[in-house]
Design a protein around this ligand. Structure first.
Ligand SMILES: [Zn+2]
Length: 60
């Protein structure tokens, strides 16, 4: 039977797992029409435009 030569310590194991823990903030771009922060490659939630073309009507 195979026997492990060395064991990873609790500290090393936790350090390895902690590396992938932190989440990145979502990428944001600025709408050219209203200047609002929006998700890139998505229609602007504020004014409903994409690439300066009105795609959806936003009700006031
Ligand atoms: Zn906008």
């Amino acid at each position: 039977m195979a026997v492990p030569k060395s064991r990873v310590s609790k500290s090393k194991k936790k350090m390895r797992r902690a590396k992938n823990y932190k989440l990145d903030a979502p990428a944001l771009s600025v709408c050219p029409k209203c200047g609002e922060a929006k998700l890139p490659h998505r229609v602007c939630k504020k004014c409903g435009t994409y690439n300066n073309v009105e795609v959806i009507k936003i009700e006031q």
